[in-house]
Unconditional design. Structure first.
Length: 192
């Protein structure tokens, strides 16, 4: 999560990008409109928009020869929840039982208060608890591009490739053509 936040704040740590976000909060704008409003050249505005798009903050759609840019309010809302939601609440959702079960004990050992993973457990059963915990961030019926899967995992741990492979290997996620989706829990092959 720390890395994701750092990238977000780097993207926002520029006066022009902040101004673009402010203008887009009022509705869709073209590069030409943004350039005129900010008294900047169009290539400069396009550069700033590309950085904001990379962070998933801004979307674009083509209409004829014009590209319209808008804030991705869903992405901002998800980021806000990840930043502001207390980890204690997240851990409560990790298990329905009142009593401390195995997963909760494992998570207390391997997950920092900010929701980042200290390390991937070596023991298969403990790793299963961490993988089940990670799966809370993947909605049933939704398709995720690989970039989004990596971003979700990186809110918890830097090595998204290893955890992504683990989730696929334990049949928790399925993959085809770099698109991922959550599999039903009955199919998961993870101890615990």
């Amino acid at each position: 999560m720390t890395e994701t936040l750092l990238e977000f704040f780097k993207a926002m740590a520029h006066e022009s990008r902040l101004a673009i976000v402010g203008l887009l909060a009022g509705g869709e704008k073209s590069v030409q409109e943004l350039a005129a409003a900010l008294n900047l050249k169009e290539p400069t505005v396009s550069h700033h928009l590309a950085m904001l798009k990379k962070q998933g903050i801004v979307t674009a759609r083509a209409e004829g020869t014009t590209r319209w840019h808008a804030l991705d309010r869903d992405a901002l809302s998800k980021l806000s929840k990840r930043i502001l939601q207390p980890e204690a609440e997240r851990l409560k959702r990790a298990t329905p039982r009142e009593a401390e079960d195995f997963d909760t004990k494992v998570l207390k050992t391997f997950v920092n208060a900010d929701g980042t993973l200290k390390q991937i457990p070596a023991m298969r059963k403990k790793r299963g608890a961490v993988l089940r915990w990670l799966m809370r961030d993947f909605a049933e019926g939704k398709r995720y591009p690989e970039k989004e899967v990596n971003a979700i995992i990186q809110t918890h741990y830097w090595d998204s490739a290893t955890l992504r492979r683990e989730l696929i290997g334990h049949t928790m996620l399925a993959r085809k053509d770099r698109i991922y989706w959550r599999l039903p829990q009955e199919q998961w092959k993870v101890g615990g």
